[in-house]
Design a protein around this ligand. Sequence first.
Ligand SMILES: *[C@@H]1O[C@H](CO)[C@@H](O)[C@H](O)[C@H]1NC(C)=O
Ligand SMILES: *[C@@H]1O[C@H](CO)[C@@H](O)[C@H](O)[C@H]1NC(C)=O
Ligand SMILES: *[C@@H]1O[C@H](CO)[C@@H](O)[C@H](O)[C@H]1NC(C)=O
Length: 951
Amino acid sequence: MGTPRARRTAADVEKVVLLVDEHDDDEDDNSFKGHSSKRTYHHLLLLLPLLALGYGYINSWSFPFPSPEPLPPFVQDGIKRCAEISRPPPNLRDYDASRKRSDRYVKGTGAVWLKNGTVWTGEHHGEEVLYGADVWLEGGVVRKVGKAGDADFHELCREAGDADLAVDEVNLNGAWVTPGIVDVHSHLAVDAAPGLEGSDSTNSLKAPILPWLRSLDGFNTHDAAFNLSIAGGITTMLVLPGSAGNIGGQAFTFKPRWTAENTPQSMQVEPPFVINDEDGWVRTKAWRHIKHACGENPLRVYGNTRLDSAYDFRRAYTEGKKLKDQQERWCAAPKSQSEPFPESLEWEVLADVIRGNVKVNIHCYETVDINDLVRISNEFQFPIAAFHHAHEAYLVPDLIKQAWGPTPGVAIFANNARYKREAYRGTPYAPKILADAGIRVSMKSDHPVLDSRYLVFEAAQAHAFGLNFSEALSSVTTHSARTAGLGHRLGYVRPGYDADIVVWDSFPLALGATPKQTYIDGIPQIIKPHVVDKPAAAQEISREGNYDKEAAEAVESRGDPDLRPKKRSGRVVFDGVAELFVPLEGVHTAGVPSRVVVDNGEITCVGTECVVDQAEFTAIDLKGGSIAPGLISTGSKLGLIEIAQEASTSDGKAVDALNAPDLLDGLLVRAADGARFGGKDELFAYEAGVTTGVTSPISNNFISGYSYSFSTAAEHALEPGAIGSTAAALHLNLNIAKHSISTKLTLLRSLLAGNDLKASDELHTAFAKAAAGDLRLVVATSNADVIAALIRVKREVAPPLKLTVIGGHESWLLADDLAKEEIGVIITPSRSYPFNWNTRRILPGPPLSHHTLPAYLASRGVTVGLGIAEECDARLTRFEAAWAYAAAPDVFSKQKALDLASGNLAELLGLNSEARAADVGFVAYEGDVFSFESRVRAVRAPGRGDLDLFV
Ligand SMILES: *[C@@H]1O[C@H](CO)[C@@H](O)[C@H](O)[C@H]1NC(C)=O
Ligand SMILES: *[C@@H]1O[C@H](CO)[C@@H](O)[C@H](O)[C@H]1NC(C)=O
Ligand SMILES: *[C@@H]1O[C@H](CO)[C@@H](O)[C@H](O)[C@H]1NC(C)=O
């Protein structure tokens, strides 16, 4: 079906092609499975009068006789609108090799000849990985993918020369190449960095139903995250409004590339509306997008219970349906109309949803919510593009298939769970379970909830916990492009597709894989990339982890499996040990150290010659694995909280020592007294090698109180070893809250100097101990100026003070002073992001800087630890240490990298006494502890006489 529109701007040329040729043989997206006959019939009925009408219209336009009276302008306008709304849902055909220029082509862009790469194409039929392959980028599109040195490349090169086009020849030497990473759930530029009060355009807070809002209207082109995301390979993102309300507004797709125009609209990819010279604001053929949300957010923000939310959706869709019916009635007889075409700014997009022209993206976690929306989609007959977050989707794949129209995809996190009740049943095995059930899985960032720069890390975790590598890579490329309605031009390295390409320093799902270069529209985005040479092993395609048993338990228990270890033994003999990172003073050694004997929970002998009575020992083959100290997790409220947003599951907020009612005045709170054991995050962390948590009281006060250390394995506080230290260190907070930073520093100076303040004895005693170096102060701040002020206080009033900075993102600016004063830094979270003004001067790490923050600080002599900011991420501690190692093998040995999350933390958190280092137990890993594939097989928890076995 043609359109009556006469003239188009150059930028729109591509869309003319699309309008004329809109066959698509991609069944999944475009036939309406299970409803296809119903749907087609419905459309035909609608189209019959319109085809006649369109014909009449074109007729009168081309052959002006016998033309009695010109139609009144409102009827002419209405007829145009009828043509527009009558189009079938965007049914965009795949681009093929005949597409030689992108609508986003930037004049002057040269050609790029990528030579001798290992290309993951995204094709699932035979040609998924091409070794020794070349890729030609020109005109903003991929022109050719083929065998290195194929004659066609030389021909393209000759043609480029004839056309005076610069050709950038890049020798990849076998480096991995993938399509650009597509983030199907981002708030980039609406929740911009650094976060400032003036820049928040994530949500409206006016009402739960706001389909008329548009994320495009709040898109901040000054977001500091664009280049960071590009440095992680992000080339396209669907920018959704927030989830405060049930219908938060319309979403739009963007590429993060800086444009010469420097405008939100120039950053859009395939916009559903464009400014056209002739008609002004016109609808294109592209998909529209809308955000819906159910469950807890609308409850918290608007008091909408699930019942209210469902009613609000139905009310809104009733308006959309009413409008759609009115419009169709008008279009059935336009010439006899006395009123203009029925329009509604508020409801038109919902009419378009019911017509099937809008990708509906629903933030929805729980079975009940997914079911509500599946019913609503059937009641009003609209398809759902994807359920987002969807932490219970893995429990109900068949329900998801009952949504009206094609089966929705899911867009999920790899690990981020349990922060609220509806996320409580989240499992790391969900991507695999869902993919096996035939659901299209996308991993997403919810940027800046997760920094989209590390979206590939989400795919890599999904892979490590069961998803095969094709599905894992597809989950951030092919599948996400398709879910975002852009699968016809993005998600593959394929001729005619957008020249959005990432060249990687290792296999993209290897731990710490980092782009060497990101191309968007054929333009290299990283001006002078810093590249770390990765070992050959990191170039190999890794096998997915086998967690079938754990996945089955998650499903069988309906998302609440018993995570407690089930086997114990005090006497274990490990064979196949490749590396030992535990101290061995006084341990008997005999022969090649590939055997380790543990008796009564202690390592008693190392070596092949160690003699054991096999009958009395449990034998475990670590298959080239390692034995290392237990890891420590700090920085979150692990051990004080089970579900962060449920007050009854937590210790609650500590009293302010400086502002408390009389009885509590000057009290230093001890987190140990609020300790909670047996939570899911503790157990997930334990089975991942984290034996010890160190947590300070939940507080926004300057003086937070004493942290405590605890065993993640303990069931209650009275078990031996459950609580290590009850007053490990005194924690202070210099992030802005009630009082100014200068007020707090003045107070700190006075307390350390022992000035005669009207403070409690307890406060005076504690700060006197700190000033003498007998009690460590751990101070939360990231800002370099604040850290400098702290250093001055230490120098001027308390030189013996033992000080640790936690946060520390700008600390690299003062590395030498920190080293000189022996002030340590616990980088928290362990990868920096310019969340706010005080963390904006980050050291981003490769490919944007040579050093990572931990490596830079360590290389200057600062004692560094890695902190974990969220309870659920405690189980990722090992990966963070391994990542620090992978990014800076010149600075860290493996032992030093492990220290970042163990020995150094023990010191920086005051756990070691003069006489004794803290007991963190030890962990036996099968496989290399520095890879995703390694697996914990046994743990000796602090204070225990036997080992928990995970075999
Ligand atoms: C292509 O890359 C591979 C892997 O690094 C290398 O062994 C080979 O020599 C390269 N071939 C050419 C022609 O550069
Ligand atoms: C990868 O996983 C998907 C989803 O379970 C499955 O359809 C596909 O066959 C798997 N591919 C391979 C090569 O095993
Ligand atoms: C982002 O990268 C572009 C080059 O692609 C560069 O021109 C720009 O200055 C960078 N922006 C920032 C804030 O660093």
